[in-house]
Write a protein that binds this ligand. Structure first.
Ligand SMILES: NC(=O)c1ccc[n+]([C@@H]2O[C@H](COP(=O)([O-])OP(=O)(O)OC[C@H]3O[C@@H](n4cnc5c(N)ncnc54)[C@H](OP(=O)(O)O)[C@@H]3O)[C@@H](O)[C@H]2O)c1
Length: 251
């Protein structure tokens, strides 16, 4: 049985860890190649785009893929639609592994918006010192906000266009609550911007913001393709694959 995981997330790596020694299963993880030194999953890895829906469809056929797992980030909207179309065309079963979104709790002051552009429009009404955690792509949306100061945290250095007044913090999760508290305090942050990425690794900033009474602008997730089964945990994806398997049970 041959499985292709579309990855770039903690969950995709975890799934590869769970599957890669399974007898009778050939596994390939695919990364887009956005990050200069990605954390690689175990097993075979390919890096780079497929060349749209046609390219992915061809790849599925040429490599005789039996099951496709879309374990990409909730904000990687394009590849998820490509996966749905390619899987349907190539008649390959598809499962989406998508971590659940965050849910506000008592004391949170969240402002939900539909896009980075909407977040940028709202920001001047909320504060002056912004902790921007939406990644290095999409900073152009904030480039005209020259009255605000930004602390931009990203894995790789951002490129222009970006806000004129910014400090860049190169780092990647998981982050700790103590670390996030200290960051907000040290930089005198008065508003936080995040995508609704979900997951534990980057959630402590939400707790730290709540404790400090800061507003958080939360960018809602983009739409997902209809009709694709979704699970939230890598272990559930393993069970889904096993239900389709023609390979011997592990261990
Ligand atoms: N967007 C985020 O906030 C975010 C955060 C953390 C990690 N990531 C990861 O970074 C990758 C790129 O994100 P994005 O927002 O640029 O995605 P996207 O907008 O959905 O995809 C753009 C293009 O990148 C290629 N691509 C995306 N994921 C791929 C994968 N796993 N393997 C091979 N090609 C892939 C595809 O190129 P072709 O059309 O040429 O096939 C796709 O059309 C994703 O895999 C995602 O899991 C994204």
């Amino acid at each position: 049985m041959r499985v292709l995981i579309l990855g770039g997330t903690t969950e995709a790596r975890r799934l590869a860890e769970l599957l890669h020694r399974t007898p009778g299963l050939t596994l390939t993880s695919s990364l887009a190649g956005r990050v200069a030194s990605p954390r690689l999953p175990p097993g075979e890895v390919r890096i780079g785009g497929f060349g749209g829906v046609e390219g992915l469809t061809a790849w599925l056929g040429e490599h005789r893929v039996d099951a496709l797992i879309d374990a990409t980030h909730p904000f990687a909207g394009t590849i998820s639609f490509h996966a749905a179309l390619a899987a349907a065309t190539a008649h390959v079963p598809l499962l989406a592994l998508r971590r659940p979104g965050w849910v506000p709790v008592a004391g949170d002051d969240w402002r939900e918006v539909g896009s980075l552009e909407e977040a940028a429009t709202l920001l001047p009404t909320l504060g002056h010192r912004v902790f921007l955690t939406t990644g290095r792509m999409g900073l152009a949306a904030f480039a005209a906000l020259d009255d605000l100061w930004f602390l931009v945290r990203s894995v790789d250095a951002p490129e222009a266009p970006h806000p004129p007044r910014m400090e860049v913090l190169l780092d990647r999760g998981p982050f700790t609550l103590d670390g996030e508290r200290e960051l907000l305090r040290r930089h005198r942050v008065d508003v936080v911007v995040t995508k609704d990425s979900g997951g534990d690794a980057t959630a402590p900033k939400l707790t730290a913001a709540r404790e400090a009474g800061l507003p958080v602008v939360v960018v809602r997730r983009p739409p997902v393709p209809e009709g694709v089964p979704v699970v939230g945990e890598p272990e559930e994806a393993v069970r889904w694959i096993r239900d389709r398997r023609t390979f011997p049970a592990a261990g």
